[in-house]
Design a protein around this ligand. Structure first.
Ligand code: SF4
Length: 71
């Protein structure tokens, strides 16, 4: 087991500065080697994150959506 610190990770915003989207280690375009193993595949984590964001947008009134990112 090892730890990883990415120079592209914006800690304050939990954001990938390289890909200009949410940091999901191992996602397409990520600097991690393609053969890096994850308990949950990156594609599945991206799908889960997008689904969570969709639910969050659906439950937020339009006037309060400023600053919410769109997929
Ligand atoms: S998605 Fe990959 S490249 Fe981007 S911040 Fe996360 S670990 Fe770094």
């Amino acid at each position: 087991m090892s730890s990883f610190s990415c120079p592209h990770f914006d800690v304050a915003n939990d954001y990938c500065l390289r890909l200009r989207t949410d940091c999901v280690p191992g996602r397409k375009g990520c600097v991690l080697p393609a053969d890096t193993g994850f308990l949950i595949p990156a594609e599945e984590r991206v799908r889960m994150l997008e689904e969570e964001k969709r639910k969050q947008r659906a439950s937020t009134p339009p006037e309060n959506r400023k600053g919410m990112s769109t997929p």
